[in-house]
Design a protein around this ligand. Structure first.
Ligand SMILES: Cc1ncc(COP(=O)(O)O)c(C=O)c1O
Length: 407
């Protein structure tokens, strides 16, 4: 840190310059990481809600009872969306994001397994599962076993069956997957988990605020939530398609009691009982309050309208991609996430050209290709995107060898 104080205008001026190096989050050219709606009123609400609780600390619910109540209401609203039967504790907690929700869920499964005398609990997760499951195995000293995928890039149930051992403590299914946007066979995987007396975690981090509204709108959505017997836990991120800034996710357990396995208690340090339900200690109240505010403002009708609009945008993108020679959509994606492949063209070379033209498409490794995470605001750029993509498909040089980087 420099020794002299700097005027606020100077500091903000520098931040403004720094921000120019990063992609414009409202710019509609970024596919993934941010989820713009293009709804200025919604964004203004987030800013206002943030400001009111920015410095509130969600660590101590006794000191911040209103914040604690708001958090419970977010968890209850999320639980309703995924058909969790209402209970007093609402079966869940908020966390900083999908990764922390998944970590907490895997910790619960480990603790439950250890209570049954299993020394080396195993996570059984499809190859398409988010890296947070492998991270949980790494952090919590668990074993990680990957389930191969079928030809549609969904978990192969027969293979999963063959991989269950007495150490398996949880089976993971995604609704839907990040790499290909497809639904894992949740009913079958949950049944397999139930048969073996273990948990089934459904990762709805990206699908949790899309699939319920697609179903309400009459789209065919295979069963995936707590209505499926054997599904014991669901993670769903408000900070993705719930449209709040980063820092808001929910982990839900079917059984209220499971929360206690993720809660840490300590009172041997001379400052009273310390108890936290997730990894963070002190944490801002702002993401929780923004989640509550957005959910209250949009309501089911607002989310349905956004998802209807999103589905219309995805349909336009899919039709346009179908019309570009040599480009195929991978598997059968259910929602706004599309993986693209090509037999004829090096798609990393196409991505290089798109990068030069100011688009930020992601690169997939398996299958080798492109990855598009579509948000409602992309409605305005569909034609431009498809024109540029078609152009890049026919006018590109060799790939610059830029690797796929998720994080
Ligand atoms: C399916 C899925 N699960 C989990 C996560 C992890 O979420 P986060 O990045 O909020 O930790 C992601 C992130 O994209 C995801 O797509």
């Amino acid at each position: 840190m420099q020794s002299r104080s700097r005027p606020t205008a100077e500091v903000l001026g520098e931040l403004e310059l720094l921000r120019e190096e990063d992609p414009e989050v409202h710019g509609k050219r970024l596919f993934g990481l941010v989820y713009p709606t293009g709804d200025a009123e919604l964004e203004a609400l987030v800013h206002d809600a943030y400001e009111r609780f920015l410095f509130a600390n969600a660590l101590n619910p006794l000191r911040f009872p209103a914040l604690a109540r708001i958090e419970k209401e977010v968890i209850a609203m999320a639980g309703d969306l995924v058909h969790r039967a209402p209970t007093e504790l609402h079966g869940g907690t908020m966390t900083s994001g999908g990764t922390e929700s998944i970590l907490m869920s895997m910790l619960v499964s480990r603790e439950r397994a250890r209570a049954r005398g299993i020394e080396h609990p195993q996570i059984l997760a499809p190859l398409s599962a988010h890296p947070a499951y492998a991270k949980a195995a790494h952090y919590f000293d668990m074993d990680y076993v990957a389930v191969p995928l079928d030809s549609g890039y969904r978990a192969d149930v027969a293979a999963a069956q063959g991989l269950v051992t007495e150490n398996t403590c949880v089976i993971v299914a995604s609704a839907y997957t990040y790499p290909h946007g497809v639904m894992d066979p949740v009913v079958e995987l949950a049944a397999l988990a139930a048969e073996n007396g273990i948990g089934c975690h459904v990762d709805a981090c990206i699908g949790g605020f899309v699939l319920p509204f697609m179903e309400m709108l009459g789209h065919p959505v295979p069963p995936w939530d707590f209505r499926v017997e054997g599904v014991t836990e669901i993670s769903m991120d408000v900070h993705k398609y719930g449209y709040v800034p980063k820092g808001a996710s929910v982990i839900l357990h079917r059984d209220d009691d499971w929360i206690w396995h993720q809660t840490f208690f300590y009172d041997k340090w001379g400052a009273g009982l310390y108890a936290t339900p997730a990894i963070a200690g002190a944490r801002s109240g702002a993401p929780t309050v923004a989640a509550w505010a957005v959910m209250q403002h949009l309501g089911l009708d607002g989310y349905k309208a956004l998802v209807a609009d999103l589905c219309a945008t995805v349909a336009r993108v899919r039709t346009g991609i179908g019309a570009i020679g040599g480009l195929q959509i991978v598997g059968e994606p259910i929602g706004p996430l599309l993986a693209l492949r090509s037999e004829e063209v090096d798609l990393y070379a196409v991505a290089d050209v798109m990068d030069e033209w100011g688009w930020h498409l992601n690169r997939n490794t398996d299958p080798y290709g492109l990855h598009l995470m579509i948000s409602p605001a992309h409605r305005d750029v569909v034609d431009e995107l498809l024109t540029d993509l078609a152009d890049a498909m026919s006018h590109h040089g060799p790939s610059k060898g830029k690797p796929a980087r998720y994080a």
